[in-house]
Write a protein that binds this ligand. Structure first.
Ligand code: F3S
Length: 403
């Protein structure tokens, strides 16, 4: 590939992967079975990234493994009514077309594992999108480094990645023990725990003990997304739950964890973390954003039940984020009709983090309430909009009244 025998696009892609491997001291290239692209929208890719992707498509680049895409910069089915510009619509369409020309699966979701893109245990993959990477490593037991939009693209074109980091057995053991001394209930509790631990762990792999073996995949999804937001956590273990952590010894590689790296989490840490994430009260929010990482069909069912029989207060909008394919499923099951009749919009294939930075202010939104620490981080830091963080119950209690 490096010699150009497989065409110019593959040559360029492999040159970059070789340079990356040399940087990290990788001894070989290994085959990967799946790729997920993060910079699949003009806001995250920027002009340079967009032109680069288009150029790879023009040079004949083709994905040789299943390659899916992260959220777009707008909802391609509702962009006009939501207030996005025609210019952005065309920029997004052109970028999606270039990725599609290379054989990419344009699904625009940050939870590709909820729509059938599910690598197996020990499979080597190249995913970008921090919440998806940590889910793939921890919950699916697959192996991915924290790829950038660019390196995931190169892996998709070549079907290879340098063997370093989380692809190697020795780098997958936990180095930090988190003893959870409080029962966790619901996705927000897991997200709050993740946000607290991510700050301490930074790029280390935490091993959690004391978490119920019945933790749902939604709860684990929220735990991982928050770990990857306040820290750069790429992998975690929950003893008795995640595939590489049948026992604490297996999770740590039979190494004793030093007492200074053993941390107990009580209700106090969780309460303080939850409070620290809000800069306003929920009553100030004029937009509620739920479903980060993107909702599954059963979460949409739960949201429908939670809003059922409630009236949303005047001047408050509610969005639930999900993938188009899941929205279609929700349409078939009648959830979309019910939610829309209650004033809740299922926003598909986009997310505040991938929308233009001035979008919220231009649309007149002044404050956001959400059940996701990752959204708090993006909306308050990149959109400069104050946020409230709390559980769905707390938000619903404030923004709705009885019918
Ligand atoms: Fe997904 Fe956007 Fe959250 S990409 S993880 S919904 S910030």
């Amino acid at each position: 590939m490096v010699d150009g025998k497989h065409g110019e696009a593959k040559q360029k892609a492999m040159e970059l992967l070789v340079a990356l491997g040399e940087c990290y001291g990788a001894e070989e290239m290994i085959p990967v079975t799946s790729a997920h692209l993060s910079a699949a929208n003009p806001i995250n890719a920027g002009k340079g990234g967009t032109n680069f992707i288009k150029n790879m498509a023009e040079k004949g680049g083709k994905f040789v493994i299943p390659t899916t895409t992260n959220p777009a910069s707008l909802d391609p089915w509702a962009w006009k009514e939501m207030g996005f510009t025609e210019e952005l619509y065309h920029e997004q369409a052109a970028l999606s077309e270039a990725i599609s020309k290379m054989g990419g699966l344009i699904c625009n979701t940050c939870t590709p594992y909820l729509i059938g893109h599910v690598p197996r245990v020990r499979e080597h993959i190249a995913w970008a999108e921090s919440s998806a990477i940590v889910y793939a490593n921890a919950v699916l037991g697959s192996r991915s480094n924290k790829e950038s939009g660019l390196t995931a693209l190169m892996a998709g074109i070549t079907g290879r990645t340098p063997a370093y980091g989380y692809h190697l057995d020795e780098n997958r053991f936990g180095k930090l023990k988190i003893m959870v001394g409080v029962p966790l209930k619901g996705e927000t509790a897991y997200a709050t725990l993740g946000f607290f631990v991510g700050k301490i762990a930074q790029d280390r792999i935490p091993i959690f003990t004391g978490i119920s073996r019945f933790a749902s995949h939604h709860e684990l999804k929220c735990l991982g997304a928050a770990l990857a937001t306040s820290g750069s956590v790429v992998h975690y273990h929950v003893v008795g739950v995640t595939p590489e952590a049948l026992t604490e010894e297996l999770a740590s590689g039979f190494k004793k964890i030093h007492s200074s790296d053993c941390i107990e989490v009580t209700l106090r840490e969780l309460k303080e973390t939850e409070e620290s994430l809000s800069s306003i009260g929920p009553e100030h929010a004029d937009l509620v954003v739920l479903g980060c990482p993107y909702s599954s069909i059963d979460q949409i069912k739960n949201y429908t039940n939670a809003f059922w029989g409630r009236r949303i207060k005047k001047d408050v909008e509610v969005w639930i984020l999900t993938a188009r394919i899941i929205k279609r499923y929700a349409e078939d099951l009648g959830y979309v009709n019910t939610l829309e009749s209650l004033g809740v919009r299922l926003v598909s294939n986009t997310c505040p983090a991938t929308m233009p930075h001035d979008f919220f202010k231009k649309q007149g939104y002044r404050a956001v309430a959400t059940d996701s620490p990752k959204l708090v981080y993006y909306i308050s830091n990149t959109k400069d909009i104050p946020c409230y963080y709390g559980s769905l119950d707390k938000i619903i209690h404030v923004i709705t009244t009885d019918i």
